[in-house]
Design a binder for this molecule. Structure first.
Ligand SMILES: [Zn+2]
Ligand SMILES: [Zn+2]
Length: 341
């Protein structure tokens, strides 16, 4: 595998800017520690061959709206309101703390809203969660600025003029196209079998007190995953946090025909246990990327043998790749990794 990758890299260098090679989708994880897959890693950047570039779940592994690794961000996807996804904390500095427990500081407006405000991005999420982002972005912009709202259409050309959000819920489709591009990148919201309680620190103090008095959590409608159809034919399923569930076969594999599965691991939704069945029998993708591992999965960029991630990797039949921080992987339209894996 490693030899094949090295050979294709050399081939790519020889060909320079061949149009065929430009037809890949680039995927880069922004984790806490460069070159590793760490416990708190969440944020991933996807770049379509037409230039549409989006961030999937800002989380706590970015340093905020000014993280220099972000670059252009046309859209920000938000799967649910747990602090490790919406970003109630942000990374103190790249590589700070340990791979098992990175050093983080509060992000009272959420890293999601910080990035949407800094980059004038489109937020792709449900309407319930969009309402939260609107408020936080308005708080960052300050009074007098035009309030953030839904985008005027469900088919936008990026970059958009001002930050706006998709007006879609479960099953809804939102399209973003680069200027002059014939085809756009299509985002469909799919179910995730999880919960959607907001990180309490992101709420106003009276709301926090009210909830505390009743031992309650505040949910923002259903948590979601995404199916993203890129212009080169790649269909990526972004699972978010989810238990194994039947839609993985019926909706995501049979209907959408996802050929790349980006899977969140971790002990809560149980995918360390059920992941092999979910991937081998339900999703059947051409390739898998593992992220959200909630453990220090690598050291020196190598998978540690005594990890839950390593145990699952052994059971998965499709080629499985780790979302190593700051390493760019490239996928062709058939879901095959052609570089960086
Ligand atoms: Zn969660
Ligand atoms: Zn999570």
């Amino acid at each position: 595998m490693r030899i094949a990758c090295a050979a294709s890299t050399a081939f790519a260098l020889l060909l320079g800017s061949s149009p065929a090679l430009a037809q890949n989708v680039k995927i880069t994880s922004l984790g806490t520690h460069p070159g590793e897959l760490c416990a708190n890693d969440r944020a991933m950047i996807f770049e379509d061959p037409t230039g549409v570039r989006f961030l999937y779940d800002a989380g706590q592994s970015v340093t905020g709206g000014d993280d220099p690794r972000l670059g252009t961000i046309h859209l920000v996807l938000l799967s649910h309101m747990h602090g490790d996804h919406v970003g109630d904390l942000k990374l103190k500095a790249r590589g700070e703390g340990t791979c098992a427990n990175s050093a983080r500081v509060p992000a009272p407006n959420s890293t999601t809203a910080e990035i949407v405000a800094a980059k004038n991005s489109v937020t792709v999420t449900t309407r319930a969660m969009a309402g939260f982002v609107h408020n936080k972005v308005d708080a960052i912009h300050g009074s007098g600025a035009k309030p953030m709202d839904f985008c005027p259409t469900l088919d936008v050309t990026v970059p958009v003029v001002g930050a706006c959000s998709s007006r879609i819920d479960m099953g809804g489709v939102f399209t973003a196209r680069a200027q002059g591009a014939q085809r756009g990148v299509e985002f469909t919201i799919v179910y995730s079998a999880h919960v959607n309680d907001v990180a309490p620190a992101l709420l106003t103090k009276p709301q926090q007190d009210l909830l505390k008095a009743d031992g309650a959590q505040l949910g923002y409608g259903p948590p979601v995953g995404f199916v993203v159809k890129f212009t080169n034919g790649l269909v990526a399923y972004l699972s978010s946090d989810t238990a194994v569930f039947g839609d993985m076969k019926t909706v995501i594999a049979d209907y959408h025909k996802a050929n790349l599965a980006v899977i969140n691991l971790g002990p809560n939704p149980g995918l360390f246990q059920s992941g092999a069945y979910a991937i081998n029998d339900l999703l059947k993708p051409a390739s898998v990327i593992f992220t959200h591992v909630n453990e220090a999965a690598t050291q020196g960029g190598k998978l540690l043998p005594n990890t839950q991630t390593a145990a699952l990797m052994k059971q998965v039949r499709a080629p499985a790749h780790l979302a190593i921080s700051e390493r760019t992987m490239e996928f062709d339209g058939k879901g095959k990794c052609v570089s960086g894996c």
